[in-house]
Ligand binder design. Structure first.
Ligand code: C2G
Length: 390
C-alpha cells in the first residue's frame, strides 16, 4: 500500500485545496492530511487565519479524499510523521517548490501544480472560489504585497496595471505576473478585486471605476482627498455590497488590536490623551518631498498617527487644529494635528524632514500605555502606573 502525506492550513477552503487533495489521493492508496494549528501558523508567519481548526478539519474531511487527518503543530514534525506512518510520498503545491527537498532523504517528494484560477464548473456551484486580484501600480510597495499574498488563503495575483510601463517584459519576468498598459477596462475584466498602489492623486478615480465595474477594492491610503469623495465611494460600495477597504495596515495588526483592547478595558482608567508620532526622513527626490500637492508628511503618515485617536476617542471631536512646517517648495515636511474632545485630547505628529521618536502614548486617569517605535507594526507595549514598581 502506497501512503501519501500532505499538509496545509486549509483556511477558507477553496478550489485550490480541493484539487490538491484530489491529486494527492490519486498519487497512492492511502492519504494522510496534516492540518496546521493556529500556533504553528503564527510561528511560520501566517497570522490571520479565519476558520477555526475544527472547521478546517471538517472541510478537509468533507472532501472524502483523506483516509486519516492529523494535526501539525511544530517545526520538524514532517520528518517525524513520515517515519511514524511509513509514508512513501510527501506532496504539496508548487508554491512550495524547493522548500521541502530536504524530505527527499526520507521519501519521494512531489510538487503538484498549484491552482491559479477558478474553473467554471466550480463557479457554477458557487463555492471554492479563488479571488483573482489585480494590482494597480508597480511601485515600491508592490513586491511586498506579492510576497505577503502567499500567506493569504484563496487569492491569486492575476496581473498588474501600469499605463506607463513601456518595457513590460522586465516586469513580467521578475514577478511572473503580466502587466496591462493599455486600457484599465481590459485589466478590470481579468480580476475580481483590485489592490490600488498607484500615486496618491490617482486613487480615487481608479477606485471609483473599479467599484463601478463591480470589483472589490483594497486601496492604499488615502483613498480620497475629500470627505465628499470618500463618502461617495464608501456609499457606492455599501449600496452595491462590494468591499472597499483602505490599506491602513496598523488597523489590522493583531498587536495593535490587543493594545486597543487593553486601553478600552479600563486598565489605565479613563483615556484623556492619545499622542502618536511617525516620521521617516525622505530623500529630496522622493515623491514625499518633491510633490507639494500630493506628497508631504500629512498625506504620508496621518492615517497612521490619527488612527489610535479615532479608534479610542471617536470622530466627534470638538475642534481640530494644524501646525505645519513647510519647506521652500511648499511641501509640509512636519505636521502636527491636534484634536480636542469633550474630556480628552489627541496629537498626531508626522514628519518627512524632521526626525523624532516614533512612539504612541495613551494617557489615562490611572496610568498610561506606551508602545515604542515602531508602534504602527505593534510588537510590544507597556502599561505604566504612578508606582514604577507595578
Ligand atoms: N494550494 C494549491 N492551489 C492554491 C492554493 C493552495 O494547490 N491556489 C495548495 C498548497 O500548495 C498546499 C495546500 O493547497 O499544498 C494547502 O494550502 P494552504 O492551506 O495555503 O497551506 P500552506 O500554507 O501551503 O501549508 O505545513 C504546512 C504546509 O507546509 C503548507
Amino acid at each position: 500500500m502506497k501512503k501519501v502525506i500532505t499538509y496545509g492550513t486549509f483556511d477558507l477552503f477553496h478550489e485550490g485545496h480541493y484539487r490538491l487533495l484530489e491529486r494527492a489521493k490519486a498519487l497512492g492508496d492511502y492519504l494522510i492530511v496534516g492540518v496546521t494549528t493556529e500556533h504553528f501558523d503564527e510561528a511560520r508567519g501566517k497570522v490571520n487565519v479565519v476558520d477555526s481548526i475544527m472547521e478546517r478539519i471538517e472541510n478537509v474531511r468533507k472532501t472524502g479524499f483523506a483516509d486519516e487527518i492529523i494535526i501539525e503543530d511544530h517545526e520538524g514534525q514532517k520528518i517525524e510523521d513520515i517515519q511514524k506512518y511509513g509514508v512513501d510520498i510527501f506532496t504539496v503545491g508548487s508554491d512550495w517548490i524547493g522548500n521541502f527537498d530536504y524530505l527527499k532523504q526520507f521519501c519521494q517528494v512531489v510538487y503538484l501544480e498549484r491552482t491559479p484560477d477558478i474553473s467554471s464548473s466550480m463557479l457554477r456551484k458557487n463555492k471554492f472560489q479563488i479571488i483573482n486580484v489585480g494590482i494597480v501600480g508597480t511601485g515600491r510597495i508592490v513586491p511586498r504585497f506579492i510576497a505577503e499574498a502567499k500567506y493569504v488563503s484563496g487569492i491569486n495575483i492575476r496581473c498588474t496595471y501600469n499605463p506607463e510601463i513601456i518595457d513590460t517584459y522586465a516586469w513580467d519576468n521578475r514577478h511572473d505576473i503580466p502587466n496591462y498598459h493599455d486600457t484599465y477596462e481590459d485589466f478590470l475584466d481579468q480580476v475580481d478585486a483590485v489592490y490600488i498602489a498607484s500615486p496618491n492623486e490617482t486613487h480615487y478615480e481608479y477606485a471609483k471605476q473599479a467599484l463601478e465595474s463591480g470589483k472589490h477594492v483594497l486601496c492604499e491610503k488615502p483613498v480620497a482627498f475629500t470627505k465628499r469623495e470618500a463618502e461617495e465611494l464608501y456609499g457606492y460600495a455599501k449600496e452595491h455590497q462590494i468591499v472597499l477597504m483602505e490599506a491602513v495596515k496598523t488597523a489590522y495588526c493583531p498587536g495593535f488590536g490587543q493594545l486597543l483592547n487593553v486601553a478600552k478595558s479600563g486598565r489605565i482608567g479613563e483615556i484623556r490623551d492619545v499622542e502618536a508620532c511617525f516620521t521617516r526622513l525622505a530623500t529630496m527626490d522622493s515623491r514625499e518631498r518633491s510633490d507639494a500637492s500630493y506628497g508631504g508628511s500629512f498625506l504620508e503618515f496621518s492615517s497612521y498617527t490619527l488612527l489610535p485617536a479615532i479608534k479610542l476617542l471617536g470622530t466627534e471631536y470638538k475642534d481640530v487644529h494644524f501646525d505645519i512646517l513647510f519647506d521652500d517648495k511648499g511641501v509640509d515636511v512636519y505636521t502636527k494635528v491636534s484634536l480636542t474632545y469633550d474630556d480628552a485630547m489627541a496629537l498626531a505628529k508626522n514628519g518627512v524632514a524632521v526626525k523624532s521618536e516614533g512612539q504612541l502614548v495613551i494617557a489615562g486617569t490611572n496610568g498610561y500605555i506606551l508602545a515604542p517605535s515602531p508602534w504602527w507594526l505593534t510588537r510590544r507595549f507597556e502599561v505604566h502606573y504612578e508606582d514604577p514598581g507595578r
